[in-house]
Design a protein around this ligand. Structure first.
Ligand SMILES: [Zn+2]
Length: 323
């Protein structure tokens, strides 16, 4: 009997990843296409063409494809498979992506937000393998959580569960894009950190961060991390404060869920111990020792390839759940 194959789509703000992954996690095919200012009427038929071509080129019988999956950024209507209003693309408004793909591929499809999809992907194919209680944090432009408890994804009554980036760390604190003030994401999300650094370094050309970035508009988490490695005093202090904010948020999450693993995405796997070592030092102030002892805090294993696995994992997870 041949392995079942799960096509996956990862809808990102700048790229769309399309992957064919087997149930055991074998990477069969993958392609990334640009998604900057695209129009759905152009891109949707391309997604169908690409995945059909991948299926044909790899001699896969449609009998061996139980379902496909989609990983999407918010805001989205998850149960109905509709992308409502992605932040970076004015042309995508209320796009019924799931139905379009189901109709044109004639395969059953499933839809999930990107943090949840990444969490399931790490669970099947990455750092979460073998554990039934774990949490994935996206740690990218924004911060989102995919929470898996006793093998089940926490979705909540309206499928908003896991918006942990909008937990308030500081009462009346920094304004967040979501409308609230003092959110975790407003202090530790990639976009918010870059904006804050730009404000603080506006005319400080002598700053190492500014020199590394080249210009204010290129300031990002990467430039900050590099300045920390070079022992820039401002960067060291900023990083330390940011890590303490992360420790506070993550400690609360560990106290609530008692996970066996906390898996950290993008800028944590990119910075490694620069982030993890101080985090582990500070987090003892925010979570019970018993639960910290039971929780491995680790970087994502799928790293930049997670997009290829995320959609497929959504398909695999829902197919198993509905079996
Ligand atoms: Zn917020």
């Amino acid at each position: 009997m041949s392995e079942k194959i799960y096509p996956g789509f990862d809808i990102g703000g700048t790229k769309i990843g399309i992957g064919l992954i087997s149930e055991s996690g074998k990477f069969i095919a993958g392609e990334r296409i640009d998604n900057v200012n695209t129009k759905p009427e152009d891109i949707l038929p391309r997604l169908v063409t690409i995945v059909k071509k991948m299926i044909a080129e790899n001699n896969i019988s449609t009998d061996d494809i139980p379902a496909f999956g989609v990983s999407t950024p918010g805001p989205a209507d998850i149960p109905n498979g509709i992308i409502t209003a992605p932040p970076n693309n004015p042309y995508w408004r209320n796009v019924p992506l799931l139905k379009y793909l189901e109709d044109n591929l004639e395969i059953k499809g499933y839809f999930e937000n990107d943090a949840n999809a990444a969490a399931i992907a790490e669970g099947y194919f990455g750092a979460g393998k073998g554990t039934k209680d774990y949490i994935y944090l996206t740690m990218s432009t924004g911060i989102g959580a995919g929470i898996v408890t006793n093998g089940t994804l926490v979705q909540g009554t309206g499928f908003y569960g896991g918006e942990f980036g909008h937990t308030i760390l500081h009462r009346n604190g920094r304004q967040c894009n979501c409308g609230l003030k003092g959110c975790y994401e407003a202090y530790c999300g990639g976009r918010a950190v870059a904006d804050d650094l730009r404000r603080k370094l506006a005319d400080k050309t002598e700053s190492r961060i500014m020199q590394i970035a080249g210009s204010a508009e290129n300031i990002d988490m990467k430039a900050l991390a590099q300045a920390v490695r070079e022992n820039d005093p401002f960067a060291l202090e900023y990083w330390d404060e940011m890590i303490q904010n992360n420790a506070q948020a993550m400690g609360s999450l560990i106290n609530i869920m008692n996970p066996a693993k906390l898996i950290l995405g993008t800028f944590v796997w990119a910075t490694g111990d620069l982030f993890l070592a101080p985090l582990k030092k500070y987090i003892v102030n925010y979570a019970w020792k018993e639960m910290l002892d039971q929780c491995d805090i680790v970087p994502s294993q799928l790293r930049q390839d997670i997009g290829y696995y995320a959609g497929s994992a959504v398909a695999l997870y829902n197919t198993e759940k509905n079996a």
